[in-house]
Design a protein around this ligand. Structure first.
Ligand code: NCD
Length: 323
């Protein structure tokens, strides 16, 4: 990355808490930077010294494989010191509150704190209290901005213009922060968004998003360019939302028969982790002609490098912790 490019500010805010507050310009700039980091990730020498001397803390209160490891790799590829705070080994399990833990970590003077928490609004609360930049890596069923950005990068590299696309977001929309962030992002970028879900798994405020809503999977998939499947989030369910897993797969699981309703050449996405045989059939998930699932993981590292880069530009602008 050239020094001139490194100086150009990308984000207005000093945190990344959600997609809702981002402009089309900010999203486009992050995706452009993401493309540069995809190229770096494919090179033999994958490192840049951009965050040398900086400290990044991953604070995860919920289990995560992809998100945590890709933030870790992203920080390391940019030369930062990255510390992973696993909740089970911390004093959180001894009753310390989120805010106590975060202020303790703040005293260690991190530059960027990545946080995942089961409560909606947790990242925003920390951003108000702490000195460092905060990145929301998923807060309850609210937002997961880097997932939507990596999904957008994956789509843009295959399809170029969002304006010509219809994207179906299918399954457990009600409990999904991935769905919410993607609805905001895809709508801002000009794509047509459909929510395709059983009534029990649609959010109560679904109408406020201004998207099309389908309660029949085959109807909802008709003519779409992208099918974005969601995991059934049983850990966030407080009652009986579906009759049984078998019933759910029959009506809502993406298999070849249902996918045939989408536009020929339609592409399939899933943020992972997948429940095979529940929301998606392995024959679709593993078909490299249609499934972008592995590409999404690659784009995840690149987009998280782009986000860390963008936030560090903000730190440099404010002269905060700048050597
Ligand atoms: C998502 C999450 O945690 O919100 N996963 C992820 O970040 N890769 C989606 C999910 O858990 O279903």
């Amino acid at each position: 990355m050239s020094p001139a490019a490194a100086a150009t500010p990308i984000l207005k805010a000093s945190h990344l808490l959600g997609i809702e507050g981002l402009s089309v310009g900010e999203i486009t700039a992050l995706l452009d930077l993401g493309d540069e980091y995809v190229a770096l990730g494919r090179a033999k020498e994958k490192k840049s010294p951009l965050l040398k001397g900086r400290t990044v803390i991953n604070l995860f209160f919920e289990a995560s494989t992809r998100t945590q490891s890709s933030f870790e790799l992203a920080g390391k590829r940019l030369g930062a010191d990255v510390m992973n705070m696993s909740v089970r080994t911390s004093s959180v399990s001894k009753g310390e509150t989120l805010i106590d833990t975060a202020t303790t970590l703040n005293a260690m003077r991190p530059d960027i704190l990545i946080v995942r928490h089961q409560d909606s609004g947790a990242a925003e609360m920390l951003a108000r209290k702490l000195d460092c930049c905060v990145v929301n890596a998923g807060d309850g069923s609210h937002e997961h901005p880097t997932q939507a950005l990596l999904d957008a990068l994956t789509i843009r590299r295959r399809r170029r213009s969002f304006e010509e696309l219809t994207v179906a977001i299918c399954g457990d929309v009600a409990h999904s922060r991935v769905a919410r962030s993607n609805i905001h992002l895809l709508s801002k970028m000009g794509a047509r968004v459909r929510l395709v879900a059983p009534r029990t798994l649609l959010p109560a405020d679904a109408a406020r998003f201004g998207v099309e809503i389908f309660t029949d999977m085959r109807e909802g998939l008709k003519g779409v360019d992208i099918v974005m499947m969601l995991r059934l989030q049983t850990e966030r369910m407080t009652g009986a939302f579906i009759p049984s897993m078998r019933e759910y797969f029959r009506f809502w699981g993406l298999d070849r028969e249902k996918l045939a309703y989408a536009k020929p050449g339609a592409l399939v996405m899933h943020p992972g982790p997948m429940n095979r045989g529940v929301e998606i059939d392995s024959a679709v998930a593993d078909d490299i002609e249609v499934s972008l699932i592995h590409e999404q993981v690659e784009m995840g590292v690149a987009i998280r490098m782009a986000v860390l880069d963008a936030l560090s530009r903000g730190l440099a602008q404010q002269g905060r912790n700048t050597p």
